[in-house]
Design a binder for this molecule. Structure first.
Ligand code: BGC
Length: 749
């Protein structure tokens, strides 16, 4: 953990001088914890609760007038949304020059996939299966955020999500705890670096603690109810990975968990986080989630909400004001013990130390314009966006686009659309910074003539019953698109959801395309022109008809600021597609939750046996499995070897295979490693990802890849929730997705 330079601080910022003066510190700076305790000893109850309050500024980054007054009185410890060096410094000045204790304010913001330079949505970025790319994106986001006066982001979201109806699936790393843990750690490292006080780093937040992604019916904010075994095996691991990576803060969630709302749940917030994991960071509530415990039916009133949430382990309250309003009286009445309040305050102050606020409380206004949207940041965004795209269909002819295509019809609602390239949670991303697909194609293919036809409207309101608008208008748009396509050598057909159709409070009951897009696509396919589909979405869509009809299809997610260049890079083959799905794509919405690491059941599905686990009206298999993604080349796996036929339960085996680029162009394959424990005291999933590696190969080149299977890869939580490796047969798979590949086996004795 970063330690503040307190001696330097004595001559550094105003705040530090004031603090050192007030605490009577000598040249020998004592430990941070002693500073914090000394400060707490001087605080009134009101000031203590003030440190536990977070309020939001205006959406555009400006302060609210009220906040100046609260800060002067010591009644506000943190804000969200306030950003920009000038805004931040103005409020900070009030804290440092006009409040009694001169404790700096910590400024937070939802920097989810970029601050000004916007990267692909997190689900898309995870499709790169490249944790270094995620780390780089987070590091750039941190540098920009810091320059804009922020010290804290509410990211990464590390909720496992297995239900595509849930719009927030877009914000996380998908369905798998192993992949999710790797990306959680990478993103925390990216935001925080090794010293979150550095001028280009910020504190991260692991959210939403916990099981928020398992909302019943995929309906945002709905309750979750699950076994402790599932909670610990599936939903905890990415959070634990964030803790192990040194994450500074957690956010408690909105959902009810097994009858106790997660923003007032002593088991998850205190037993697990503090007692088991020994974590000393700060827990901030989600937006009003403390006061919402009244709606949940847990708290009787606001005072009761505070009385339960703070001792349960929510340190800082976002937006609602139950702590500041009722906290002091509750303490005086003996309803909240003083040490509980002090511990929460200690965590809030610790965060401020760790991000360096006592040392450097002000933002440097010159740094902001010099840092935002640097050319190298844009270049990284382009590279990472291209890596995140998944080639879903490839007939070997349509893509990559060849030079000879003189006339390209860019058909569909995303072709020349600056607003829909960044997806949800766009930080301070600006539409004017965005490269459209039209611009990207024109830059990549200077000899081509790109004609744009919107083809269909795109508005989140169209999803609402009766909101699709008039069929005649849709037909006119379609006719215009068909006319443009008829004149072209090649059609690039953009389809998908708008950014507002996924993200928070954007759950869906259907996984179809928005209205009129299927009609548009079918009219275009009927022309029998070479057609490449580019799909934009924040969630898996159930598009069996499109899979059957599209000669080529590239899943672009929401690529961010450099969208147009990145899509063009992949369409033209400048970058060979290398993304793999971090989440299963179903055939039908009725299959969700569908995920590759499901349990076997007593009656595994069999086509010729009715009484097995399946559907009578559809196939049980996914449309595209987890881990799936094509390339412009092909890869072959061969020669699987398992280093030992039998190992002790504390031992490990090495599983290796040869991967060869069997095609004509250079490419990158993500080789995946899955494990199955065949019989165990708690039934195990049919397979679980336990490793992956990215391999870049020239045509004809081959390489050995190696995976280790030891206690970490082979163990599981037994009936007593203890981690153990049990004797018996283990099967392994080395493959290009969660289906197919090479298989082997060994024994644990
Ligand atoms: C979301 C959080 C977010 C917070 C602050 C909430 O509605 O659930 O993910 O960090 O708002 O903007």
């Amino acid at each position: 953990m970063a330690r503040p330079r307190l001696i330097a601080a004595a001559s550094a910022g105003l705040a530090a001088c004031a603090l050192v003066f007030q605490l009577g510190l000598g040249a020998q700076a004592p430990d941070i914890e002693q500073h914090i305790n000394a400060l707490i000893a001087r605080m009134t109850l009101d000031e203590k609760f003030g440190q536990l309050q977070q309020l939001d500024g205006h959406a555009d980054g400006r302060n609210r007038e009220e906040h100046f007054d609260l800060v002067r009185k010591g009644l506000l410890g943190s804000t969200l949304n306030v950003r920009g060096a000038e805004n931040v410094n103005a409020l900070q000045k009030a804290a440092l020059e006009e409040s009694r204790l001169k404790i700096p304010v910590v400024f937070a913001f939802d920097v989810i996939h970029g601050y000004r330079t916007v990267f692909p949505i997190p689900l898309g970025e995870t499709a790169s299966w490249d944790p270094e790319a995620a780390e780089r994106a987070a590091a750039i986001a941190a540098a920009e955020s810091r320059a804009a006066g922020l010290q804290w982001t509410f990211a990464p979201m590390v909720d496992i999500a297995r239900d595509a109806r849930w719009g927030r699936i877009a914000e996380g790393a998908g369905e798998d705890p192993w992949l999710g843990s790797v990306f959680a750690a990478a993103r925390v490292r990216g935001f925080q670096g090794t010293n979150m006080a550095a001028p280009d780093r910020i504190a991260a937040t692991a959210k939403h603690w916990v099981a928020y992604g398992a909302a019943e019916g995929g309906r945002d904010y709905a309750a979750t109810d699950m076994s402790e075994h599932a909670l610990r095996s599936i939903y905890f691991p990415p959070f634990k990975a964030a803790v192990d990576a040194g994450v500074a803060t957690f956010m408690s969630a909105f959902n009810d968990l097994n009858g106790v709302p997660t923003s007032s749940n002593p088991f998850t917030l205190t037993t697990v986080l503090r007692e088991e994991w020994k974590w000393d960071g700060l827990v901030v509530s989600d937006y009003k989630s403390v006061v919402e415990t009244i709606n949940h039916g847990l708290a009787r009133d606001e005072a009761d909400a505070a009385r339960q949430a703070l001792p349960a382990g929510v340190d800082m309250e976002m937006i609602s004001r139950t702590y500041v309003t009722h906290g002091p009286a509750l303490v005086k009445a003996g309803e909240i013990p003083v040490p509980v309040v002090d511990e929460a305050v200690r965590r809030a102050l610790r965060l401020k130390y760790r991000v360096g606020l006592f040392d450097r409380p002000y933002a440097d206004p010159a740094l902001e314009p010099a840092t935002l949207l640097k050319p190298e940041f844009r270049a990284a965004a382009r590279d990472i966006a291209a890596r995140s795209m998944v080639l879903l269909e490839h007939d070997g002819r349509t893509l990559p686009i060849k030079e000879g295509n003189r006339r390209i019809a860019l058909v569909g609602p995303f072709g020349d659309n600056r607003d829909e390239m960044m997806g949800n949670w766009t930080g301070d991303g600006r539409r004017e910074d965005v490269v459209t697909l039209k611009e990207g194609l024109e830059a990549a293919l200077p000899g081509a003539q790109v004609t744009v036809a919107r083809g269909a409207d795109l508005d989140v309101k169209m999803l609402w019953p009766g909101g699709a608008g008039d069929a005649a208008g849709a037909a006119a748009l379609r006719d215009e698109a068909v006319a443009a396509a008829r004149e072209a050598d090649l059609v690039v057909l953009t389809l998908g959801e708008s950014g507002a159709m996924s993200g928070e409070a954007a759950s869906r009951t259907s996984l179809d395309l928005p209205p009129f897009q299927r009609e548009l696509a079918e009219a275009i396919f009927a022309l029998k022109k070479p057609t490449a589909v580019v799909l934009f979405t924040g969630r898996p869509l159930a598009l069996g008809w499109l899979k059957a009809a599209a000669p080529a299809m590239l899943l672009a997610w929401f690529p961010g600021t450099e969208a147009g260049h990145a899509v063009a890079d992949v369409l033209t083959g400048r970058v060979n597609p290398q993304g793999k799905l971090p989440v299963t794509f179903p055939r039908h919405v009725g299959q969700v939750p569908i995920y590759y690491s499901h349990k076997a059941t007593g009656r595994p599905p069999a086509a010729d046996d009715k009484y097995t686990s399946k559907y009578i009206d559809a196939e049980w298999t996914p449309l595209y499995p987890f881990g799936y993604g094509l390339s412009y080349t092909t890869f072959e796996l061969s020669d699987l070897r398992v280093s030992a036929a039998s190992i002790p339960s504390t031992g490990s085996v090495t599983v290796s295979a040869t991967v060869r680029n069997a095609g004509a162009v250079k490419g990158t394959e993500v080789v995946q490693f899955y494990v199955r424990d065949v019989a165990a005291s708690v039934t195990r999933p049919v397979q679980e990802l336990r490793g992956f590696t990215r391999v870049t190969l020239e045509p004809g080149e081959s390489r050995r890849v190696e995976f280790t299977a030891g206690p970490k890869e082979l163990g599981f939580l037994d009936r007593d929730l203890k981690w153990r490796v049990e004797p018996g047969e283990f099967r392994v798979r080395v493959s290009q997705s969660s289906e197919g590949g090479l298989t082997g086996a060994f024994e644990v004795r």
